[in-house]
Design a protein around this ligand. Structure first.
Ligand code: UDP
Ligand code: MG
Length: 313
């Protein structure tokens, strides 16, 4: 009998978990030919999330939980769940029912019938999202796909069902700055995309503010492309060429027309402009350096505080 592990990162989800549990129980009942394991990863919630999870775990043998020592972020929580999963197939799913659990059956059927390693989902619309956010999200995907070799799909959710081989590949990527959408694309494998309409979260609130999303997008770009460095080198080269031309022009003009002392305002503008470009390029360099600095520390991606899984195996 095949086993499916479902990894569910939870951060302040006490309100959504009862709905989630109900939905997922329906899935167990429908897919009686498969064994299930649900791994809830409590990502340092300070509300009653862990209590709710423990209550379910005491009545349902299929439920495992991992509670992290603080909030490490969804990406780290996912890694913790994947690393402790034992199924032949592993699903990744949000606790807020934005990833409809009933799709699991269809996903599983695709994996056993067809030659795919992963079935992933993407939403075809961004209903219920502020228009400005959708606009910036679209821009982000357009930019990152131009400057990165990794395919990062617009509208892709993290919700997916993967074969063990793909999960193992993901686990080999031990980087600290984890941009999942990029990591899933980077490891390759055959992925089938299922489209579905955006669903709004069942309870609680999203943890993503606009500012967080902005920082996350910069992280994604720095993690999966070095194009900004190349661009800043080209900007440098371009300015060098422009300044050479200007020097020649000024020398010639002085020889031909004499030496009129003028152009103070334009000089100040140029100094500011070039100074700005320099700072901007140094900033780009700094971003990469900062990420390298964090990576070289080789810190653990997550720390477990408690769990009902035997962690010493
Ligand atoms: N999540 C997490 N740690 C965090 C933030 C979020 O584990 O620091 C979980 C959260 O509980 C949910 C999933 O990640 O199950 C997606 O979060 P959310 O619904 O806030 O994101 P959105 O769906 O709006 O992208
Ligand atoms: Mg959500």
């Amino acid at each position: 009998m095949d086993k499916i592990s479902i990894v569910v990162p939870c951060y302040h989800e006490e309100k959504s978990l009862p709905f989630f549990y109900k939905e997922i129980s329906n899935v167990y009942n429908k897919m009686s030919n498969v064994e299930f394991e649900i791994i809830y990863v409590n990502d340092g919630s300070t509300d009653g999330t862990l209590g709710v999870i423990k209550d379910y775990a005491s009545i349902d043998k299929r439920i495992k939980y991992i509670s992290l020592s603080r909030n490490f972020g969804k990406e780290s929580a996912l890694y913790a769940g994947l690393e402790n999963s034992t199924g032949d197939y592993v699903a990744v799913m949000d606790a807020d029912l934005q990833d409809p659990p009933e799709l699991l059956e269809q996903m599983y059927n695709v994996l056993i019938e067809k030659d795919y390693d992963c079935v992933a989902t993407r939403r075809v619309d961004r209903k219920g999202e502020p228009p400005i956010r959708s606009f910036f999200a679209r821009c982000f995907y357009r930019i990152i796909n131009k400057i990165s070799n990794t395919d990062i799909v617009d509208g892709a959710r993290d919700f997916r069902l993967m074969k063990r081989s793909m999960v193992d590949a993901i686990l080999q990527m031990k980087e600290y700055n984890r941009f999942s959408k990029g990591i899933f694309g980077w490891v390759g494998f055959n992925t089938k995309w299922l489209d579905y309409e955006n669903v709004e979260r069942v309870a609680g609130e999203t943890k993503w503010s606009f500012w967080n999303l902005f920082k996350y997008s910069i992280e994604g770009i720095v993690a999966f492309s070095t194009m900004p460095l190349l661009i800043s080198s080209f900007v440098g080269l371009l300015f060098f060429i422009i300044s050479l031309t200007m020097i020649c022009f000024i020398i010639l003009r002085t020889i031909i027309l004499g030496d009129p002392v003028a152009g103070w305002p334009s000089l100040v503008c140029i100094i500011f402009f070039v100074g700005g470009i320099q700072l901007f390029c140094t900033g780009i360099l700094g971003q990469y350096l900062a990420k390298t600095y964090i990576e070289t520390k080789n810190r653990p991606i997550y720390i477990i505080k408690e769990s009902n899984i035997d962690l010493n195996k």
